[in-house]
Design a binder for this molecule. Structure first.
Ligand code: AMP
Length: 287
């Protein structure tokens, strides 16, 4: 059975035991409402570490007023069950007053210019809130390895950059997006979708897939193909963008890129992305 720690003191006591027995520790950070995507991160963490800690913290700092903090799904009993089934050692599930013991932090991690584009443009302050809590949870868990999903590509890029820029002693491992059989990227927010939204939600991945095919003839073709499919599906697009995986700046030229989309299905905002090769011919070998 997975142990549960609600306070930083309980976490610290268990972490100290692990230090004494020489265990390597991996962390998987979540906001709860666990699904098979989270389970994949946990499995990879278990494969490489003696101990796995999952953090389950709905971080108010990364939600703007009017966003879905209040209605975000809370499924603690099921989360604990999944952690137990996956052999997680510890579920760290503190409340906001435990994490932000001194109130909202005055000093925060700033996400740089990349924190202001794409997701950051639509969600001002979001990535400062994400990076601040990730920094705190890295310190509190003192993990050797941390697992994050490619599903949240900009978040993953910013966390990797923070770890490099601020010399956190942790290895960041990225995990490919886990999808339903029909291609829809798993997300805790998919529970907001009513059955008739499902077809529209699927259009995100279909659009990205068409973009991957069109990318053989260039970046613009990829963007146009993805956008056209979303428009045909009647979806309100927030952005469709192609970025350089190294700099997260707008992609130019040929080579590896990330194609990203954010769109509204009904009132639910969904994001997805895929890795692709721009200008690579039909033989898949580049030209
Ligand atoms: P969340 O609970 O949504 O904040 O996600 C916690 C972690 O799980 C983050 O690193 C996400 O990128 C990752 N994650 C969420 N959904 C998926 C998915 N479908 N596939 C892979 N990783 C995911």
């Amino acid at each position: 059975m997975t142990s549960v720690a609600r306070t930083r003191d309980d976490l610290a006591a268990i972490r100290e035991e692990w230090r004494r027995d020489g265990s390597t520790v991996a962390v998987v950070m979540t906001m709860g409402a666990l699904h098979a995507g989270h389970a994949e991160l946990i499995r990879r963490a278990k494969a490489r570490s003696d101990r796995v800690v999952v953090t389950d913290f709905l971080n108010p700092l990364q939600f703007a007023p009017g966003e879905d903090l209040d209605k975000y799904p809370r499924t603690f009993a099921a989360d604990l069950e999944m952690c137990t089934a996956e052999g997680v050692d510890l579920l760290f599930a503190p409340g906001p007053a435990e994490v932000y013991a001194n109130g909202d932090p005055l000093v925060r991690v700033s996400a740089s210019v990349i924190g202001d584009v794409l997701e950051g443009r639509s969600r001002p302050g979001h990535f400062d809130g994400v990076l601040t809590v990730v920094a705190k949870l890295l310190n509190l868990t003192a993990a050797d390895i941390a697992y994050f999903g490619q599903k949240d590509a900009q978040q993953l890029w910013l966390i990797s950059q923070m770890v490099r820029d601020l010399d956190f002693a942790v290895e960041v491992v990225e995990v490919p997006t886990v999808r339903d059989g029909d291609g829809l990227a798993l997300s805790s927010r998919n529970t907001y979708l009513v059955p008739q939204d499902r077809g529209q939600a699927l259009a995100l991945y279909e659009g990205l897939t068409l973009g991957v095919q069109a990318a053989a003839t260039g970046a613009d073709s990829a963007l146009i193909a993805t956008r056209a499919h979303l428009e045909a599906a009647g979806i309100q697009i927030d952005y469709v963008a192609l970025v350089d995986p190294t700099s997260f700046e707008p992609f130019e030229g040929e080579g590896e890129a990330i194609l990203l989309v954010a769109a509204f299905v009904g009132t639910t905002r969904l994001i997805d992305n895929v890795r692709l090769a721009v200008g690579v011919g039909a033989d898949g070998r580049g030209g």
